[in-house]
Design a binder for this molecule. Structure first.
Ligand code: VG1
Ligand code: CO
Length: 554
């Protein structure tokens, strides 16, 4: 193949190219503006710690609208910046966990992930770009801040005059010194899952329980091809066990967020068809939801139970649990398991990037977020398909002592042993930013008034109130303003924070947690109603925003 020439193209900065909780997420129409995507990708390349020259980068995304155009732009910019090699998923497709795995396996410099995750896709919805480091994890704030700084001053970008590259064929092409390798997006991930889990055990479980009905909803996100290979081809489940398996640029006009509101097709079918085990994942495949008829595995409980059942997973059985971690709003259910096992548990801010250092330092094997994110140190992203197979492994393991075991049996046994951390999150999406600021101001005044500590509100006495601040135990970096916490003397908590992944207005998240030692069979919403009432009173959220009800309740 002939080489190419590189042009320095003049450009002007765009406002607001600041990566949030997980990359830059904006409306597609914003990314489509002249030079908008180029500016951000150039800034990302320039911010690579050792520079872009000679780098190997993994590139892929969740199949959403604008993916193909973005990949072609990245190819031209990478070549223009002397990147030596790009490893790209066929047709630009890679789930976020698969990309993280590839970065690690290929010892790449990093990766550019094209996704807005659980946000809707299509010409009128969202697109996103995120940079991951050589450990396979999202860039830390030091790097995302650098990217942002560059975007505020950018005056040109380096672009190769390459034609569009055919990404439908697997194989390697060379353009001068620049190499493009197009790979099957699923193969390496399947190998990884087979190293972690006992597929023979799972197959024999399904043989013993032919009545055990499972249903996996890929929500037309990226996991369809992964689920088909792992669950249908490898585990031998019928094809009717998977739904919405074809990745679509607009996710079939759905909202690819696996929660009880947006995964309603799955929720309805699980109830109507008496499905024992239902699961869904999000647009880019890093989130998961596990349900069954009459059963819901709260994500905060999910990670705690995986920790408790670590012996059901060969990967953990072999290397042991080095430590556990959760994001601050995630319930303390996992803390109780850590205590019993005598291992350390870390509390980090929201966003998977904060787990990476702990994992790299060998201090954490398993971690989770209340937002349907669960994962382990097999990669440096949360992993939806992994979590689903982990839960199948738990069921298979538990069925050895209780052949008819179902999800509720497993949950109730856990609660009976550890007590239950009732947990719920209320999301108020697309609130007017000024109204949201008023809520936060009022809560900030509350936590700043130290006389509130010791005050009682009904049965709740304020033990502490602050804005969560985290010092990374490995590199000492400090992250401030990570969420307003009101902690009560019985361990109950009310937490407020603004979302860092929304693309329109502000999303207010309200999290509440309440621990009950014995009373573990109450419906969650009933159990936490008094705390919700108190949270709304203290924040005046309804008055400031006019929102009588949240958009989503988990
Ligand atoms: C949300 C979740 C957070 C998660 C992040 C990315 O962030 O709360 O736990 O890590 O999304 O998930 P925020 O700032 O909107 O609360 V994913 O699957 O969208 O990459
Ligand atoms: Co996601």
């Amino acid at each position: 193949m002939p080489s190419f020439t590189v042009k320095e193209v003049p450009t002007k900065p765009y406002d607001g190219q600041k990566p949030g909780t997980s990359g830059l997420r904006k409306r597609v129409k914003i990314f489509q503006q002249d030079n908008y995507t180029e500016n951000f990708v150039q800034a990302t390349l320039s911010a690579i710690p050792d520079g872009p020259a000679g780098a190997t980068l993994v590139v892929g995304g969740d199949g959403r609208f604008f993916l193909k155009e973005a990949v072609q732009k990245i190819i031209r910019l990478a070549a223009g910046n002397k990147v030596s090699k790009l490893v790209i998923g066929q047709n630009g497709i890679l789930s976020t966990p698969a990309a993280s795995n590839l970065i690690r396996k290929r010892k790449a410099t990093g990766g550019i992930l094209l996704t807005a995750s659980h946000n809707p896709g299509g010409p009128d919805n969202d697109f996103g770009i995120k940079y991951n480091m050589s450990n396979g994890g999202p860039a830390p704030e030091s790097v995302t801040d650098k990217i942002y700084q560059i975007t505020t001053k950018i005056s040109s970008y380096q672009q190769a005059d390459l034609p569009d590259i055919d990404l439908s064929k697997i194989g390697t092409t060379k353009h001068g010194d620049f190499t493009i390798e197009v790979i099957d997006p699923v193969d390496d991930y399947v190998i990884l899952m087979k190293e972690i889990f006992d597929f023979d055990l799972l197959r024999s479980f399904f043989k013993k329980r032919p009545d055990f009905k499972v249903l996996f909803d890929s929500m037309h996100g990226v996991t369809g091809p992964y689920n088909e290979r792992l669950l249908v081809t490898e585990l031998g489940l019928p094809k009717s066990s998977v739904m919405n398996s074809i990745p679509l640029p607009d996710f079939g006009d759905g909202h690819p967020d696996p929660n009880l509101t947006y995964a309603h097709d799955l929720v309805d079918r699980v109830e109507k068809e008496n499905i024992d085990f239902g699961a869904a994942s999000d647009g880019d495949g890093d989130r998961n939801m596990i349900i069954g008829k009459g059963a819901f595995v709260n994500p905060s409980d999910s990670v705690a139970l995986i920790a408790a059942y670590a012996d059901a997973i060969p990967y953990f059985k072999k290397s042991g649990l080095k430590g556990l971690a959760r994001s601050m709003p995630t319930s303390g259910a996992i803390d109780r398991v850590a205590k019993k096992k005598g291992i350390q548990v870390f509390e980090v801010p929201t966003g998977w990037k904060f787990f990476g250092n702990l994992m790299d330092a060998g201090k954490c094997s398993l971690c989770g977020e209340e937002s349907f994110g669960t994962g382990s140190d097999h990669i440096r992203e949360k992993d939806g398909v992994w979590a689903i197979i982990a839960w199948l492994s738990i069921v298979a393991y538990a069925s050895e002592t209780n052949p008819k075991v179902g999800l509720n049996d497993i949950l109730n046994k856990h609660y009976a042993e550890y007590g239950r951390n009732y947990f719920s999150r209320y999301d108020y999406e697309e609130v007017d930013s000024e109204h949201a600021a008023k809520v936060i101001d009022r809560l900030t005044a509350f936590i700043n008034d130290k006389s509130n500590v010791g005050k009682s509100f009904g049965r709740y006495e304020v033990a502490a109130a602050d804005n969560f601040e985290y010092t990374d135990p490995i590199d000492g970096s400090v992250s401030k303003n990570q969420g307003i916490r009101i902690i009560f003397s019985d361990g109950s908590r009310i937490i407020f924070r603004l979302s860092g992944t929304g693309s329109q207005g502000a999303t207010i998240r309200l999290y509440v947690e309440k621990y009950e030692q014995k009373n573990y069979t109450v419906d969650t919403q009933t159990a936490i109603q008094d705390l919700i009432k108190l949270a709304l009173e203290l924040s005046q959220l309804v008055e400031f925003t006019g929102r009588k009800k949240p958009t989503v309740i988990t």
